[in-house]
Design a binder for this molecule. Structure first.
Ligand code: HAM
Length: 437
C-alpha cells in the first residue's frame, strides 16, 4: 500500500467506480484511515518533543494580508510570484492563503508584543499551508507543516539547538536514511557583493541557462543553485560559492554553529550550494533530506532570519526556525502503519437480539471507562459478525445471545489463542474491566 492509494484522496480517480461531479480540489487531499493514525502519531510525538524543549503552541489564521508574504517571503520568490492563492475579499482587501508559517508567526509576535513579556520566545505551530505548485508525489497544493520559531538570540548555539532538536525528533520517530545539509547565505554586508560576483559569472553562461534562470540572473541569482533544469545543474559547478565570500562575522558565526553541532552530536554535510526558496534567510540555512522520498526529498528546512521583523515594520528581532512537511513524514512512516493503529480490546457479537440490552449497556460502560469496544446492531448473521470482528483485530470477542442469557453466562473468546471461556453475567463488567483496562 502506498500513500497515493490508501487513506488519502490523492489516489487515481476511477470514474467507473465513482460517478460524482464534485471532487476535492487538485492537489488537496482527504486524510482518513489508516493514514490518519500515522498523522496522529506524528502530531503526538512532535508536540511532546517541542514542548520538552520549552516551545509553546501558536495558532495563526490560515488567511493573511498578501503584503505580509510579499514583504516577508520576498517579491521575487517563486512562492510569491507563482504559487500563492490570492484573492480579494468582499471589502476589496487583498488576502492570501498562507504559503508558510514563519511570516505569520513574526506578524503575531510583533502585533501582540510578545517579546515584552519575555525577551526569549519559543513558538511552535502545526497546520495547513497552500502553494499552487504542480502536484506530484510528496508535493501538494494544500500540505501541512509543523514548525518552530525561536526569537531573541543571535547566538549560533540557538540555531544549532534547533537543528539538533529536529534531528532528535527524527531519531525518535525512528527514521532512517536522512541527511542534514548545512550552509550560510551571509548577511547584508557580504551577500550583495557576492551577488554581484555571481551575476557576473552568470552573464558568461547566459545562453546556456533556462529561461527562469536567465530572469533570476539579475534579481535573485542565488536561486540558480536550486534550479532543477539539467543544463543549469551542470553549470552550477563552475559558479563562485557564497561560503568563500562570507564576511568575518558570518564566517565566525558559521564556524561557531558547526562547533555547537559537534557538541550536540549532529552529523551534517556543508553544502555550499544550499539556497532556500524564501528570501528572509541570513547566515544559517539548513535542510533535512531523505533518500526514500524520490524527487521531493526535503523532509524539512529552516534557517536564521534576523531581518524579517524589520522587513515587516518591527524592531530588530534575531530569530531562527524550522518547518517540516507532515505528508512527507507520513510517507516515511507508512511501512510501519500497523504500529499506529489504535488497539481494539473487545468486539461484542450478538447471535440474536435477546441480549441486545445487556450488550448495549456493557459496551457503553466500557467505553466510558476509555476501553475501546465495538458492536454491530444491524442484525447481521453470526458468521458475518464474526468475520467483521476478526478483521477488526480485536483482542477478545464476547458472544452473548438468548442461549447465553438462559445460562446466565457470556462466552469470551481470546482471538489470539482461540481459547473460549464462560463468564458469569453477574461479574462480567468487573471481569472485563480487569482484563481490558
Ligand atoms: P520550506 O522549505 O518552504 O520552508 O518548507 C518546509 C517543508 O515543508 C519542506 O521541506 C517540505 O517538507 C514541506 N513542503 C513545502 N512545500 C510543500 C508542498 N507543496 N507539498 C508538501 N510538502 C511541502 C518554510 O516553509 C519555512 N517557513 C521554514 C522555516 C521556519 N524557516 C524558518 N522557520
Amino acid at each position: 500500500m502506498t500513500f497515493d492509494t490508501v487513506g488519502c484522496s490523492c489516489q487515481k480517480r476511477d470514474h467507473r467506480q465513482i460517478d460524482m461531479e464534485i471532487r476535492s480540489v487538485k492537489g488537496m487531499n482527504d486524510i482518513f484511515e489508516p493514514q490518519i493514525h500515522i498523522w496522529r502519531h506524528i502530531e503526538d510525538q512532535v508536540r511532546k518533543h517541542f514542548e520538552s524543549f520549552c516551545y509553546t503552541e501558536i495558532k495563526t489564521p490560515v488567511v493573511e494580508s498578501t503584503t505580509l508574504f510579499s514583504r516577508g517571503v520576498g517579491d521575487s520568490t517563486d512562492i510569491v510570484q507563482k504559487e500563492m492563492y490570492t484573492f480579494e475579499d468582499r471589502n476589496g482587501e487583498k488576502l492570501s492563503l498562507r504559503p508558510e508559517g514563519t511570516a505569520p508567526v513574526v506578524r503575531a509576535l510583533l502585533e501582540h508584543q510578545l517579546l515584552n513579556q519575555d525577551p526569549i520566545q519559543r513558538l511552535y505551530y502545526w497546520g495547513p499551508m497552500f502553494r499552487y505548485e504542480r502536484p506530484q508525489k510528496g508535493r501538494y497544493r494544500q500540505f501541512h507543516q509543523y514548525g518552530v520559531e525561536y526569537f531573541g538570540s543571535e547566538d549560533a548555539w540557538v540555531g544549532a539547538e534547533v537543528i539538533a532538536m529536529v534531528v532528535k525528533l527524527f531519531e525518535k520517530l525512528k527514521l532512517k536514511g536522512l541527511a542534514v545539509r548545512l550552509g550560510s547565505v551571509g548577511c547584508d554586508q557580504c551577500r550583495p557583493s557576492y551577488k554581484t560576483i555571481l551575476s557576473e559569472s552568470l552573464k558568461s553562461l547566459h545562453a546556456q541557462l533556462c529561461s527562469d534562470c536567465q530572469n533570476r540572473t539579475q534579481k535573485n541569482p542565488l536561486r540558480v543553485f536550486d534550479c532543477k533544469n539539467e543544463s543549469c545543474k551542470k553549470l552550477v559547478g563552475q559558479l563562485p560559492r557564497i561560503l568563500d565570500h562570507l564576511c568575518q562575522v558570518c564566517g565566525d558565526h558559521f564556524a561557531k554553529l558547526q562547533g555547537a553541532l559537534g557538541e550536540f552530536g549532529v552529523s551534517y554535510r556543508v553544502d555550499s550550494g544550499l539556497v532556500r526558496g524564501l528570501d528572509y534567510y541570513m547566515r544559517t540555512v539548513f535542510e533535512v533530506t531523505s533518500q526514500d522520498l524520490g524527487a521531493q526529498d526535503a523532509v524539512g528546512g529552516g534557517g536564521r532570519y534576523d531581518k524579517l521583523s524589520e522587513d515587516l515594520g518591527g524592531k530588530p528581532v534575531p530569530a531562527v526556525g524550522f518547518a517540516g512537511g507532515i505528508e512527507r513524514l507520513a510517507m516515511l512512516l507508512e511501512s510501519r502503519q500497523t504500529e499506529f493503529q489504535p488497539k481494539l480490546p473487545l468486539y461484542v457479537v450478538m447471535p440474536d437480539d435477546q441480549g441486545v440490552g445487556t450488550c448495549a449497556r456493557l459496551v457503553s460502560e466500557l467505553r466510558l471507562l476509555g476501553i475501546r469496544a465495538d458492536i454491530d446492531y444491524s442484525g447481521r448473521s453470526m458468521k458475518s459478525q464474526m468475520k467483521r470482528a476478526d478483521r477488526s483485530g480485536a483482542d477478545y470477542v464476547l458472544i452473548l445471545g438468548g442461549q447465553e442469557i438462559s445460562k446466565k453466562m457470556a462466552v469470551l473468546r481470546n482471538m489470539k489463542t482461540k481459547a473460549q471461556e464462560e463468564i458469569p453475567l453477574e461479574t462480567l463488567v468487573d471481569d472485563l474491566k480487569r482484563r481490558l483496562q
